[in-house]
Ligand binder design. Structure first.
Ligand SMILES: Cc1cc2nc3c(=O)[nH]c(=O)nc-3n(C[C@H](O)[C@H](O)[C@H](O)COP(=O)(O)OP(=O)(O)OC[C@H]3O[C@@H](n4cnc5c(N)ncnc54)[C@H](O)[C@@H]3O)c2cc1C
Length: 567
């Protein structure tokens, strides 16, 4: 067998794998993405891309306008609705996440809804344009060995019907919820293995958009016990999914023929005269699990391979994006010798607790929702059939109100922290309070750079540590220049302005204060003054890079050249 070598092998060209390759390429690290499908999956699953994911995409160089071109019309995605059937009585509604003007004070990129294949199309275009990434469709990862100095993967080329060996320094398993890599490593999962069996039916219906024009929503929950489920309106009428859970003993998956699916969707729509065209059917098992380990030697798990949540809260794909954002710069740092080996262990310590919190919240959302369904069924059973709309509204209003967190998790999305090297999620799921505490994401404020209004997040480098200083920056610049790796120094007054005073108010960074930020935008430390700038910077950088102390590292020259060119 011929041996090939690539620095990083990524298994899986889902959103997590594609983004990982782009983030690594930013650091100049080559990768090969191995995908067993012959072409991208066109079945829509995720719809919510949260603010942090969009911030990360932007920092990875992805043109957000390409995403925005493909999103669900915002006016159609502001609410979620609870109904008897889709065209039946509306029992209640809640706002869907924070899409108002006020949220622009907290993030430059509020949540959008986009069908997962459309998001992947944007990532794919960027991957295909990138000379540092090889993307191999029709290739299946089968096994890995030799995890001492490198990883030797056996890859099966479906077109040629042959296997070959591919060596890499690291392997990142982005191979989805049933991860063959995780299975091969025998890494157990913690949590609940089988909550429900589901079928997702993708359909279009030319008649629906008009009928729903006075009640647009991104999600519609149909509560009628004879037609329970969720409609996801990626594009109202044009591209929709009906998600329905069922008992596989009573109804085996094969029984969901296109005809049966049409019946199911029609029943849930609630008007048989509405035409429905079935476009695809997908079966999946709802679980709430997190892998016990995220690392085995040179192999790392990310995305659904590391955690699989119920799709109740839009946290699955978004958590995967957070994983690779945390991991990519660490792999690059260790590969290029400016980070210590310990840095790679910090990935699991920082990311696993976030996944556990998100899995727990998704389960809470599922339980609250099933309580609502049960209450509806009880009312239905008591009435021996349809219940008056007024009575439904009255009896269910409290329980619908109890679903609010399910559709408002800004706290979880923006507020997680890596303080002291351990991942932590805020107690309050919905509330995000900006802070300059170590470990949190650098908060967003609108500032001005070369006359342009930009976010404070745009000031930092995605390939190097950054130091945002007050106007008295001499000591900081001198200290940063002494470091064996590039630290991008950005000074108020010199590199950016704060005409409204928002940044100063939020950060407290004035005069000779400064904040040190990692390449993934998380704060290492805020310094009150530049006294002992050299020692302070040295200690914090060494600790953030998993080094016992600062040593001149071999790879820094390349990092420096690239980051200077970029910034
Ligand atoms: C109905 C539904 C709604 C959802 N809604 C949301 C939402 O609103 N927001 C959200 O954040 N998340 C949502 N999710 C979850 C989201 O779809 C997943 O979290 C996301 O797809 C995970 O991305 P991934 O790249 O980790 O894995 P995947 O997208 O599953 O990609 C894994 C890839 O690995 C490939 N692969 C597997 N094995 C091999 C192998 N041996 N060799 C080569 N390739 C291999 C697969 O073919 C696949 O392409 C939803 C999920 C469902 C089912």
């Amino acid at each position: 067998m011929a041996e090939l070598h690539v620095p990083v092998v990524i298994v899986g060209a889902g959103p997590t794998g594609l983004l990982m390759s782009l983030l690594l390429a930013q650091h100049g690290t080559r990768s090969a993405v191995i995908e067993r499908r012959k072409s991208p999956s066109l079945f829509p699953r995720a719809h919510a891309l949260n603010p942090r994911s969009l911030e990360i995409c932007s920092s990875a160089g992805i043109n957000l306008n390409e995403i925005r071109k493909r999103v669900t019309a915002p006016d159609n995605a502001r609410d979620v609705r609870f109904l008897t059937r889709l065209l039946g009585a509306e029992v209640g509604a809640l706002p869907y996440e924070r899409q108002d003007e006020a949220v622009l004070e907290l993030t430059p990129t509020p949540l959008v809804n986009i069908a997962q294949p459309d998001f992947e199309e944007v990532l794919l275009a960027a991957v295909r344009d990138n000379p540092l990434i090889e993307l191999w469709y029709g290739h299946e990862w089968r096994a890995a060995a030799n995890m001492g100095v490198d990883v030797r993967s056996t890859i099966y080329d479906q077109r040629r019907s042959t296997s070959f060996e591919l060596a890499s320094d690291y392997l990142i398993a982005c191979d989805g919820a049933n991860s063959p890599v995780r299975e091969a490593l025998a890494i157990p999962m913690d949590g609940v293995g089988q909550i429900a069996q589901n079928v997702n039916i993708q359909f279009s219906s030319s008649g629906l958009a008009g009928r729903l024009s006075d009640r647009p929503a991104i999600l519609y929950w149909t509560l009628d016990p004879e037609a329970t489920g969720t409609f996801i309106a990626y594009r109202l009428g044009e591209n929709m999914v009906f998600a329905h859970n069922y008992d596989p003993v009573a109804e085996p998956p094969e029984s969901f023929t296109p005809e049966r699916c049409r019946e199911l969707v029609s029943a849930a729509v609630g008007d048989p005269s509405v035409e429905v065209q079935i476009k695809g059917v997908s079966h999946w098992v709802m679980t709430s699990q997190v892998a016990q380990a995220y690392r085995s030697g040179r192999i790392f798990l990310a995305g659904d391979a590391a955690h699989r949540f119920p799709p109740a809260g839009g946290l699955g794909l978004n958590t995967g994006i957070g994983d690779v954002h945390n991991l990519a710069w660490k792999i690059a740092a260790v590969q290029r010798s400016w980070g210590g080996e310990a840095l790679l262990d910090s990935y699991e310590r920082e990311r696993r607790p976030i996944a556990v919190a998100n899995a727990d919240q998704s389960m809470i959302n599922v339980r609250r929702m099933s309580k609502l369904f049960h209450t509806f069924r009880r009312l239905w059973d008591d009435a021996k059939g349809p219940v008056q709309e007024g009575q439904l509204r009255e009896e269910l209003s409290e329980q619908i109100e109890a679903q609010r967190e399910h559709f408002d998790s800004l706290g979880l999305q923006l507020g997680y922290s890596y303080a002291d090297g351990v991942g932590r999620s805020p107690q309050n799921v919905s509330e995000y309070i900006p802070s300059m505490d170590p470990g949190v994401r650098l908060p967003h404020a609108w500032v001005e750079r070369s006359g342009e209004r930009v976010s404070s997040l745009d000031l930092i480098s995605s390939v190097a540590f950054s130091l945002i200083t007050g106007p008295s920056d001499q000591q900081w610049r001198a200290a940063a220049a002494l470091r064996p790796l590039t630290v991008k120094v950005v000074s108020l007054g010199r590199n950016f302005d704060d005409p409204e005073g928002d940044w100063r108010k939020l950060s407290g960074i004035d005069e000779s204060a400064a904040v040190l930020v990692r390449p993934d935008g998380h704060i290492v430390k805020s310094f009150k003054s530049d006294r002992n700038a050299v020692a302070a910077l040295e200690a914090e950088l060494a600790s953030a890079l998993g080094l016992p102390s600062f040593v001149v590292a071999g790879g820094h020259a390349a990092v420096e050249a690239r980051s200077q060119a970029r910034n």
